[in-house]
Design a protein around this ligand. Structure first.
Ligand SMILES: Cc1cc2nc3c(=O)[nH]c(=O)nc-3n(C[C@H](O)[C@H](O)[C@H](O)COP(=O)(O)O)c2cc1C
Length: 253
């Protein structure tokens, strides 16, 4: 076991964080968390003896631009990195490759990577309930294999699937709709990673700031926020083939 690992993640609805912690807890006695979901970008310096786990949710087969921007404020200075792309049961396409490129460009040595499953944050029947107990056990095994690799060949880079240039993806041109259930408690405004919801009028969403991360939908105690019904119907059509499928976590050493 390592003494300490830092888990760096963007996890709007909690799935990426949960998967990252299952992995990190199997690797080190102490897990520090660095949550990147704050509107303001802050610089972080790591050192060559550090081990850092970078975890990203997969959006359209890519790493969210929001997270890429924040990783660019992390300086590795030769620290070892483990990466994890966390996806909702459809596909992760170029996300793991993009994450590795991004982390390596910041001066980290990427020694191991994983593609992990978490419940789809828009279409919940896909990868429903994951990461679950079975995943927790498997990620413990992944952690042991990563530790072995770090001890034996820390400088051999992990090869992962994906293509460059990365696939094109653009966000749907919608924002979550707000129903009459909204009591203007302001929790969504407080938790929004891009400050897209005005605190003084939380029933609004600023379309130029919203990145459709689903944080506001998932935290609303009144269930007053949801994607518009026609969008959800299109999602159901596109993603229903993945609802009965149990995809496997993958490890790349
Ligand atoms: C905008 C958006 C795009 C997504 N694109 C994909 C995708 O391309 N493939 C996939 O399998 N899941 C996709 N998902 C599902 C997320 O990757 C998955 O639910 C992830 O675990 C969410 O992480 P979080 O719970 O930390 O927010 C997408 C989710 C969102 C919000």
């Amino acid at each position: 076991m390592l003494k300490k690992i830092t888990a760096v993640y963007f996890s709007p609805t909690g799935g990426t964080r949960k998967a990252a912690l299952f992995l990190a807890q199997g690797m080190a006695e102490e897990v520090c968390e660095l949550d990147l979901s704050f509107p303001k970008i802050t610089e972080y310096q790591f050192q060559s003896g550090d081990c850092v786990l970078f975890a990203a949710p997969v959006w359209g087969g890519r790493v969210p631009a929001y997270e890429v921007e924040r990783i660019r404020a992390c300086c590795g200075n030769g620290a070892v990195a483990v990466t994890a792309a966390v996806y909702g049961g459809r596909a992760y396409e170029d996300a793991l490759l993009e994450l590795n490129d991004c982390v390596a460009a910041q001066g980290f040595r990427v020694a191991a990577s994983a593609a992990l499953l978490a419940e789809h944050s828009i279409y919940h029947p896909a990868a429903a309930g994951r990461p679950d107990e079975q995943d927790r056990v498997q990620l413990g095994e992944f952690a042991a294999a990563i530790l072995k690799k770090l001890a034996e060949a820390p400088d051999r880079a992990a090869e992962v699937p994906g293509d460059r240039p990365y696939r094109q993806w653009s966000q749907l041109p919608v924002v979550p709709a707000v129903s009459d259930n909204c009591v203007r408690c302001g929790l969504c405004a407080k938790k929004c990673p891009t400050a897209a919801i005005p605190g003084e009028d939380p029933a609004k969403t600023l379309s130029d700031k919203c990145i459709l991360c689903m944080r506001c939908v998932s935290v609303c105690p009144q269930k007053a926020r949801a994607l518009p019904a026609p969008i959800m119907a299109a999602m159901e059509q596109k993603l229903s083939p993945f609802k009965e499928m149990r995809r496997e976590n993958e490890l790349f050493l």
